[in-house]
Design a binder for this molecule. Structure first.
Ligand code: HEC
Length: 103
C-alpha cells in the first residue's frame, strides 16, 4: 500500500466530518463512499482486494470494530489511522449505512 495516499484520505475525512448533526445513514454514505469504499468497496471489495467486506454486516459489530481501531485495542496500521479521526457520530453514521447496504 502506497503511504502517500493517507494524507489525501485524512483530508477527505475531515472534509466530510465537519457537517451534519443527526446520526444518519446518508452522512455515513458520503463518508463511506468517499473514504472507506476506496479499500472496502460499497457492496463488496473488488474480487482480488484483500479488504474485508462491510456491506450488510451487523451494525453493532461495525461500531465496535471502529471504536477498537480508534482506541488501538485492535491493531491495524491502516485502520488505526483512519478510525483515529472518526467521531462517535461518524462511527454511528457509517455503521448504520453499511449495515443497510445489501451485499
Ligand atoms: C487504505 C485502505 C482502507 C481504507 C480507506 C479503509 N479501510 Fe477499513 N480496513 C482496511 C484493512 C486492511 C482492514 C483489515 C485490518 C485488520 O486486519 O484488522 C480493514 C478492516 C476494517 C473493519 C473490520 C472488518 C472486520 O471484518 O472485522 C472495519 C469495520 C473497517 N475496516 C471499516 C472501515 C471504514 C468505516 C472505513 C472508512 C472510514 C475504512 N474501513 C477505510 C483497509 C482500509
Amino acid at each position: 500500500m502506497n503511504k502517500s495516499i493517507y494524507p489525501a484520505l485524512l483530508l477527505l475525512l475531515f472534509g466530510f466530518t465537519g457537517t451534519g448533526h443527526a446520526a444518519s445513514p446518508y452522512a455515513g454514505k458520503s463518508l463511506g463512499a468517499a473514504v472507506c469504499s476506496q479499500c472496502h468497496g460499497i457492496r463488496q471489495p473488488s474480487a482480488d482486494a484483500p479488504f474485508p467486506s462491510l456491506a450488510g454486516r451487523d451494525k453493532d459489530y461495525l461500531k465496535q470494530a471502529l471504536k477498537q481501531y480508534r482506541d488501538k485495542t485492535r491493531i491495524s496500521e491502516v485502520m488505526n489511522r483512519i478510525a483515529g479521526s472518526l467521531t462517535d457520530k461518524d462511527i454511528n453514521n457509517i455503521a448504520s449505512y453499511y449495515s443497510k447496504v445489501k451485499p
